[in-house]
Ligand binder design. Sequence first.
Ligand SMILES: CC(C)(COP(=O)(O)OP(=O)(O)OC[C@H]1O[C@@H](n2cnc3c(N)ncnc32)[C@H](O)[C@@H]1OP(=O)(O)O)[C@@H](O)C(=O)NCCC(=O)NCCS
Length: 250
Amino acid sequence: MSVFRKPSQLFEFLPWDSELFRLRVAIIPKNIRLTAERLPDLKRSLRAHEIDLLYYFRDTNSPQEVTSFAAFGFRFIDTRIILGRTLQRVKVPQEVPMFELRRQNELTIHLKPLFAMSKDLAKTSRFWSDPLVQRSHIIRMYRSWVEKSLSFERSDHFFWVGSAADPLAFASFTKTKPHEATLSLIATRRDARRKGYGSALLKQSLYMLHKRGIRSVHLDMQLSNARALAFYQALGFRIRGSQYIFHWHR
Ligand SMILES: CC(C)(COP(=O)(O)OP(=O)(O)OC[C@H]1O[C@@H](n2cnc3c(N)ncnc32)[C@H](O)[C@@H]1OP(=O)(O)O)[C@@H](O)C(=O)NCCC(=O)NCCS
């Protein structure tokens, strides 16, 4: 039996993305399977709600429908891969100092290097592969994401290596279920890469999360980011799924 949905339920409005991109942005929720029959409804609804930009993530195991999406105006942006690992066997390296930001911390971290890293993250994002999204808006989005991670509005755990005056790498995690977390952001400062800081940070973060009861960590990333994929795989993450990323612009 097919489930009837009102056209307006085919997508969800995204206030944060809308504010940062200065557009009306929406996403097709995970539980909605977009079929060719639903496209006319979608078109009407996008027009009625004056949506400018719509995201759609489609499992790569249904590639046969890609053509009808392209005809509708969805542009293929990149392939997203979902990685995961369980946390039973985390070994802790001791060679670099690692810090955790706590809600009650008074410690002030030097923001400039964090913002420089947020710019690098912006460039690895799916938005950077979309020529219709303004670059300055993407940079602003990732800067805001780092700010909101520091204030725990968009993260539950924030770790970094180096000192507060000189952070070399940072990572933020969001709790998704009682025993699961998502790695939201991770970056090493450009001049400190390939020196083991990223892996020391991630291993120690996973160790700390394990101590707090987290038993598995997931993340998603763009397949085109080969460097990061090598990094995660070296740290025991395995591919759990993949999706085609589509963006539709008004
Ligand atoms: C991905 C990133 C965090 C790795 O940080 P790092 O501190 O350089 O990582 P490490 O030095 O600990 O590297 C650990 C291992 O990862 C792999 N790796 C890291 N960078 C790599 C690269 N450029 N090419 C191939 N493998 C790489 C290697 O196996 C490496 O071990 P090795 O140096 O002994 O060969 C860093 O490159 C970065 O900040 N990239 C930009 C932001 C980004 O892409 N974040 C992830 C978004 S999903």
